[in-house]
Design a protein around this ligand. Structure first.
Ligand SMILES: NC(=O)CCC(=O)C(=O)O
Length: 262
């Protein structure tokens, strides 16, 4: 299985339509990839909180359409990063979308853990309540977004639902870069699962972004890691390795406490 993580530059200088076309073009350029991943809120700006009120929109719209077309043209499973989804009742969620090779929407995931303590995302957005998995590429993928990476219980719930790989869309800041790679590896080791973690590069709304997108195998080894600039991180992996690791070193079987949610 070939994966391509598109670590976009987070600059918001170009108009939205241009940025969407550019991101879609980069997806289309990944012909031959089975899984393509975009970062968190790449179209709206994960750190551009002040403009969220005007840029949030219903999920069905031009950005999702562009992603659908790109997935179809590339023939890949596309984790389209996340979008600011406005509901009819006015609530806004940070919603990740996964599309199939025919452009069909396979899954959505509304970010459960909002970043910012009492400000930013935590003050402006509604919290998702449901975990999400998607069956694709002969595996079950569990979805998580950025700050979620700090909450191992979410990943345990995903494992209990059969997840063998986690796809994490993020816009992690440079000042906590060490946490990013450490947490991605920790989730891989403790859950014996693949981690595909796609971040952003550059500077956005005054925040320097970490880049450093990475793919971690179910043994906790980093098999591919991006630098700090815009980059497409390509890697060939065998998702089926999970079963061998879990059978050969069966720590998940030794659990004594069940996860808090079912
Ligand atoms: N967008 C985010 O969720 C940022 C998370 C973050 O900066 C952190 O966990 O640290």
């Amino acid at each position: 299985m070939r994966a391509a993580l598109i670590q976009l530059d987070g600059s918001l200088e170009a108009p939205l339509a241009e940025r969407v076309e550019r991101a879609a073009g980069l997806v289309r350029a990944q012909r031959g990839a089975d899984l393509v991943v975009l970062p968190e809120l790449w179209a709206h700006g994960a750190w551009a909180t002040d403009s969220w009120a005007e840029s949030a929109a219903p999920l069905e719209g031009p950005v999702l359409d562009a992603l659908r077309h790109a997935a179809r043209e590339t023939g890949c499973v596309l984790h389209g990063g996340s979008l600011l989804e406005r509901l009819a009742d006015g609530r806004v969620f940070n919603t990740a979308v996964v599309l199939g090779p025919d452009g069909e929407l396979l899954a959505t995931y509304r970010k459960i853990h909002r970043f910012g303590f009492d400000a930013g995302e935590a003050a402006v957005l509604a919290a998702g309540e449901d975990v999400a998995t998607v069956d694709a590429l002969g595996s079950r993928l569990g979805l998580a977004t950025c700050y979620d990476l700090r909450f191992p219980e979410l990943f345990r719930v995903l494992v209990d639902r059969g997840a063998q790989a986690f796809v994490v869309a993020a816009s992690w800041p440079a000042k906590r870069r060490e946490h990013w790679s450490l947490l991605a590896r920790a989730r891989a080791v403790e859950d014996q699962a693949w981690v595909f973690a796609c971040g952003q590069a550059g500077t956005q709304a005054g925040v320097e972004l970490a880049g450093g997108s990475l793919v971690v195998d179910p043994w906790g080894r980093v098999v591919a890691e991006a630098g700090t600039g815009e980059q497409v991180l390509e890697v060939e992996v065998d998702l089926g390795e999970v079963e061998g690791v879990r059978a050969g070193f069966p720590v998940l079987r030794d659990r004594r406490l069940s996860s808090a949610t079912d």
